[in-house]
Write a protein that binds this ligand. Structure first.
Ligand SMILES: *Cc1c(COP(=O)(O)O)cnc(C)c1O
Length: 406
């Protein structure tokens, strides 16, 4: 069996050598050198200002690696803010997005030095202006988050209009006059309502269709549009369709969008595209059986550690940690939770896979550990490791249920 392209062969030895009874319910490993190289490549351009969407992976070492490569940080709540500040990052490199910004939270963010906000409601706008006025804060930079809809039919670039709590429609924002908020520097628009895009053409055509309505809105409300933030949503080919985004093409396309929009700055907050590939999740097989003719594997952990396959229907790719010359066949791969939701996919593995073998899942650097549901059925929280100079370094140990049950 040849190892898949997403598997970095330089980590194989360390994973095989890692024998730890504490990690027998699964653990995460992040390859920081590979992450660093990838981020350096993303920064070799002068078209886009890059932010890291911290929700994709808030581990200290990951944040530090983004910091070392000149990324800024998008945080969506006080927990993420505290974690980024704890890494010594200056608050003027932090952007606050998120639909649930209370007046109290906005005040706390300003007090801690955050000066860039993506505002998602009229209340957020009014509250921010009031706090800055009352407390004499320096004028923050404010972007308004817009949620567009298209008429139903083939011309809809999103394939449908699903309503979310992120931002507001053009119609709602049109009631705003920028000059009514003198304490704020309202100079940008934010739009992000797509996910895991894998086609450069589709991504470009989506972005392009946003430009005209956004410029029109800015003019209508008296905004000098200086910043356009296009969020994240650049995809990872989890299921091996063979489609991947070409970064150089994205840069060319965005240079074009930037010119069309006539803005000084174009921002992206990357999550999975930046960090998914550097992460692995390793977990032992605890049982193998045939049920109604279907081969099944049961693992020591499942959606309690990596829930994403169950909520998106996209499995993380998997490989067997040891060598095997056997042909591959498809297995239904399940976790230990007593719910049929706990399935990590139907995936190919060598036919001699057996109880005690370890499996490695790929692209687990984003939306892994913190997205999951670790408490259900009282299993362990997974440890997180980074690879440094060929060795596994433990950043947070596994924790048994006794540490969180009361
Ligand atoms: C989650 C999120 C992102 C990152 O999304 P990816 O699809 O992982 O790139 C960017 N911006 C905002 C506002 C988000 O909520």
């Amino acid at each position: 069996m040849t190892k898949p392209a997403w598997f970095d062969p330089t980590i194989e030895y360390a994973l095989l050598a890692h024998q730890s009874p504490e990690d027998e319910q699964g653990y995460f490993v992040y390859q920081l050198d590979a992450l660093k190289q990838h981020l350096a490549k993303l920064q070799q351009q002068d078209v886009i200002k890059l932010w890291f969407a911290v929700k994709a992976n808030p581990l200290s070492k990951i944040i530090q690696t983004f910091d070392s490569q000149g990324f800024n940080f998008d945080v969506a709540g006080s927990g993420e803010l505290a974690q980024v500040l704890a890494q010594g990052i200056s608050p003027n490199r932090i952007l606050n997005t998120g639909p649930a910004k209370s007046k109290k939270q906005l005040a706390a963010f300003l007090k801690q030095g955050v000066a860039t906000f993506v505002v998602e409601s009229l209340n957020q706008l009014i509250w921010l202006n009031e706090i800055v006025q009352d407390e004499n804060f320096k004028k923050p930079t404010v972007l308004l988050r817009v949620q567009l809809q298209w008429p139903d039919g083939e011309k809809n670039p999103l394939g449908g209009n699903s309503l979310t709590p992120f931002g507001l429609s053009v119609r709602e924002w049109q009631s705003v006059r920028v000059s009514d908020y003198p304490a704020l520097n309202i100079c940008g628009l934010h739009i992000f309502q797509w996910g895991n895009m894998l086609s450069n053409e589709k991504m470009y055509s989506l972005w392009e269709q946003m430009v005209a309505p956004l410029i029109k809105l800015a003019t209508h409300i008296g905004m000098d549009l200086k910043i356009l933030d296009l969020g994240g949503g650049l995809g990872i080919d989890y299921v091996g369709e063979g489609n991947t985004l070409v970064w150089q093409q994205i840069i060319r396309d965005l240079a074009d969008i930037k010119a069309q929009a006539g803005v000084d700055e174009l921002w992206l907050e990357l999550g999975r595209f930046a960090v998914a590939e550097c992460g692995y999740y390793v977990v032992p097989v605890v049982d193998r059986k045939i049920n109604y003719g279907q081969e099944q594997l049961v693992l020591a952990a499942g959606i309690n550690h990596i829930i994403r396959p169950a909520i998106t229907d996209q499995p993380f790719p998997v490989t067997l940690l040891r060598q095997s010359e056997q042909v591959e066949q498809y297995f239904d791969i399940h976790g230990p939770l007593c719910t049929s939701m706990d399935k990590l996919g139907q995936l190919p593995l060598p036919e001699d896979v057996q109880v005690g073998d370890e499996l490695v899942f790929g692209y687990c650097g984003a939306y892994g550990f913190t997205e999951s549901m670790p408490f259900f059925l009282c299993h362990q929280l997974a440890a997180e490791y980074v690879m440094q100079k060929g060795e596994l370094v433990e950043i947070r140990a596994a924790k048994p249920a006794s540490t969180y049950l009361a």
